[in-house]
Design a protein around this ligand. Structure first.
Ligand code: ZN
Length: 431
């Protein structure tokens, strides 16, 4: 039974009232973007706007450089019509992914393609780090000759928890030196550009919906973010669900192994102590796969940012050995994949989702072992296994997905009707 065909449509409806031109502009842009290439007549049909309104709007969009005419399209037995599409160089945005182990800064165009990237080495002091980020943004714009009028702004992806509305980094467990920092505000002052900040997993969801275009995933999916921390995000009807405060996706205390190690939350075998890179390296050390780190005397090893490079290296080595045929390392990762599969089963059952997309900074090290194992667990354990099949996918956007997503959230704000929560400073008309 279909509740409403219209609500399933990815295309939004416009309104022909003259006072809402800004909204209609976004509706038309959104329709052109989703179609790729389309005629004015089809835009009118899909949005419900009159052909005159569409013609006027498209003329303004062509004048502003956001849309261009290119070739023709033919629908059914009708005559060929001039095709319009987004101009990839009509707008740019910068995406910053602040990770515990490294920082990525990218420049993308309206088509979601990465034009340039940089990996700045940030000082520990947050004020100096923000100044370094502003210099990197300036460097990217300068060396690619991007005019200021075509810059949409800067999107930042950062580990949670975040105060997305104020653009403040609160106290992420893996980022020391960033406690209560007004990152979005200060970077906006330094660069003169609008800045939008969101949690890394939410940014990854934006990246998957924008640059991934939903071709493989469809409009509804669960996203699993595999970084130094593990989190999930959800996309419903093509829209990223951010939660009330922009902090959706904390899944660290889902119990996946009742006989597992004790967690600070009082339970045993949570995702946070059995599945993330820190837990897996600790487990490998316990099993004698690695020599214990000589420089870490504290039993809470790797809880300090100074230990992160060691942790990063040890985890990569564990994964490489698993792929290189070391059966003990491989079994350790397979068991971890089984635990992640249990967590994914709980989440897909809760949200009634049939598609799961994996990505994040460490995903490329895990995907060959995890994909099949997670799918097996899901098909065996899900309450909904008799209702629908499951698709378990790997993102095609690589390790830059959160940076791409943060930048695309800026472009999305410009092109998609409705305000984006967390946009710092200026309103949409100023962008
Ligand atoms: Zn816990």
């Amino acid at each position: 039974m279909s509740l409403s065909k219209q609500s399933e449509s990815p295309f939004l409806q416009g309104t022909n009232l003259t006072a809402v031109g800004d909204y209609n502009r976004s509706v038309v842009l959104d329709t052109i973007r989703k179609a790729g290439q389309i005629s004015r007549v089809e835009v009118s049909h899909l949005t419900g706007l009159t052909s005159q309104t569409v013609t006027n709007m498209v003329r303004k969009l062509i004048d502003s450089g956001l849309v261009q005419e290119e070739g023709t399209v033919t629908v059914g037995r009708g005559k060929p019509r001039t095709a319009i599409r987004l101009n990839p160089d009509g707008r740019y945005a910068v995406g910053i992914h602040l990770e515990p182990a490294k920082t990525t800064v990218i420049l993308i165009n309206l088509a979601g393609h990465i034009i340039d990237r940089d990996l700045p080495d940030l000082p520990d002091d947050s004020a100096q780090a923000i100044a370094a980020l502003a210099s990197t943004v300036s460097l990217l714009l300068g060396r690619n000759g991007i005019p200021g009028k075509r810059m949409g702004g800067i999107g930042i992806a950062i580990p949670g928890p975040v105060d997305a509305r104020r653009g403040t980094v609160l106290d992420p467990p893996n980022l020391s030196g960033w406690r209560n920092v007004r990152l979005a505000h200060d970077l906006e002052l330094s660069t003169g550009l609008p800045v939008f900040m969101e949690k890394d997993v939410t940014a990854a969801c934006h990246g998957q919906t924008w640059a991934g275009r939903g071709e493989e995933t469809g409009q509804d999916f669960l996203f699993m973010y595999m970084g130094l921390g593990i989190a999930f995000g959800t996309v419903r009807h093509g829209h990223v669900y951010q939660g009330r405060t922009g902090n959706v996706g904390e899944m660290g205390h889902i119990v996946v192994d009742t006989s597992g190690p004790a967690c600070w939350c009082g339970q045993r075998g949570c995702v946070a102590v059995t599945c993330d890179p820190r837990s897996l390296v600790k487990q490998a050390e316990k099993e004698g796969l690695f020599p214990a780190p000589t420089h870490v005397q504290d039993p809470r090893a790797f809880n300090d940012s100074a230990d992160l490079p060691f942790l990063d290296e040890a985890f990569k080595s564990l994964c490489q050995r698993a792929h290189g045929g070391d059966e003990v390392c491989r079994d350790l990762l397979l068991e971890s994949a089984g635990r992640i599969g249990r967590a994914v089963t709980i989440l897909t059952d809760l949200w009634d989702m049939d598609t799961v997309v994996f990505g994040g900074p460490y995903w490329h090290l895990l995907k060959d072992i995890y994909l099949n194992r997670v799918a097996q667990v899901l098909r065996r354990r899900s309450v909904l296994r008799q209702v629908h099949n499951f698709k378990v996918l790997s993102t095609t956007l690589g390790g830059d997905i959160a940076a791409i997503g943060a930048a695309s959230a800026i472009l999305d704000h410009d092109l998609t009707p409705g305000p984006a929560p967390g946009m710092s400073g200026r309103d949409r008309s100023a962008i």
